[in-house]
Design a protein around this ligand. Structure first.
Ligand code: C5P
Length: 319
């Protein structure tokens, strides 16, 4: 990959990138490469990280905001890996100073680290004037992780393969759905949740993976609900749509209480966001979401509860 000679390089580039919730997450068989085949509907939500990049002599990353201190600042940082990858793939010996301002919960099942990596790809593409297309960025994103490609376009997307093959789905319009996210005190490791899922599957404590027809029917129902901006219909699907939920609840049983509190306080749906431990609640209106967030915050069952909306555009479209 060389990258067309794009626009001239810039002194610094700032990119805002959204977090996501999985409206549905169907987990298939474990593949020989250790990943699981997924069929998942991602929705980008209005909780953003901001990534700023500047030219530098060597790669570095700093993080401030929600969850700072819990993000690795070494080579494990996905944003650093993203900057190294795009430099290597475009044949440039370049480095960047990366500054991340976080609002997306860390290790919370909302793909915050993946969002930062996606934003870093977009920012470095701009900073270094590489002129890579969406498709080229998407391929780099897929090398970095299963959830890195989605935040490029955001909105609502169907993820298949291990999550990195994306189809954009029609939406009712930006901010059509009201969500509350209850952020847990500590994160959960995604590989650990998948391992627990495999264990429960072997013990037959969770249903076998959905067949192709069932998956297609779920996606069709989600599309109908999205088109109509129908929160109640979306809630019915989302409430029972996350196959990783039993595994995350098995590792963190106390999350059941948070989900129950949200339902009692009027949530249309209560589910785990991705592999958790963030609990996601769909609400009827902005007012209902604000009320729900107050109840959850006061309950002491979470670190904080955030009311927001989705879908929102990704970091390529939002600029
Ligand atoms: O792709 P990513 O690095 O985000 O995935 C983190 C881990 O989650 C993987 O190493 C794997 O254990 C698990 N995973 C999986 N199947 C997927 C996506 C992730 O088993 N489709």
């Amino acid at each position: 990959m060389t990258g067309a000679a794009g626009r001239p390089a810039r002194p610094s580039v700032r990119v805002r990138v959204p977090g996501k919730v999985n409206v549905t997450l169907a987990v298939g068989e474990r593949r020989p490469d250790g990943y699981h085949d997924l069929s998942t509907v991602f929705m980008a939500v209005d909780l953003h990280d901001t990534v700023l990049v500047r030219p530098a002599e060597r790669m570095s990353v700093t993080v401030r905001g929600r969850g700072e201190g819990r993000v690795p600042l070494d080579e494990d940082n996905l944003a650093v890996r993203a900057a190294r990858l795009i430099a290597k793939e475009t044949g440039r010996e370049r480095a960047a100073e990366i500054r991340i301002d976080k609002s997306i919960p860390v290790a919370g099942g909302m793909a915050g680290g993946s969002a930062d990596a996606a934003a870093t790809l977009v920012a470095c593409n701009e900073l270094w004037g590489l002129g890579l297309s969406y498709e080229e960025l998407r391929l780099l994103a897929a090398q970095l992780g299963s959830d890195v490609a989605f935040p490029l376009l955001g909105g609502v997307g169907l993820g298949t393969g291990r999550g990195e093959c994306l189809t954009q789905l029609p939406e009712a319009g930006a901010g059509a759905f009201h969500w509350v996210f209850a952020v847990a005190e500590d994160g959960l490791s995604t590989p650990e949740v998948f391992r627990e899922h495999d264990r429960l599957q072997e013990l037959r404590e969770v249903p076998p993976p959905a067949g192709e027809q069932e998956r297609a029917a779920t996606v069709a129902a989600v599309v109908r609900a999205l088109r109509g901006g129908d929160a109640r219909a979306l809630a019915r699907i989302a409430e029972r749509g996350n196959d990783l939920q039993p595994a995350a609840l098995s590792l963190r049983p106390e999350l059941r209480r948070t989900l129950r509190l949200g339902r009692q306080a009027g949530a249309l749906a209560a589910l785990l966001s991705g592999s958790g431990p963030t609990c996601a609640f769909l609400a009827e209106s902005a007012g209902a979401a604000a009320g729900l967030a107050r109840v959850l915050s006061a309950s002491g069952s979470c670190r904080e509860a955030l009311a927001t909306t989705g879908p929102v555009p990704g970091c390529l479209s939002a600029g």
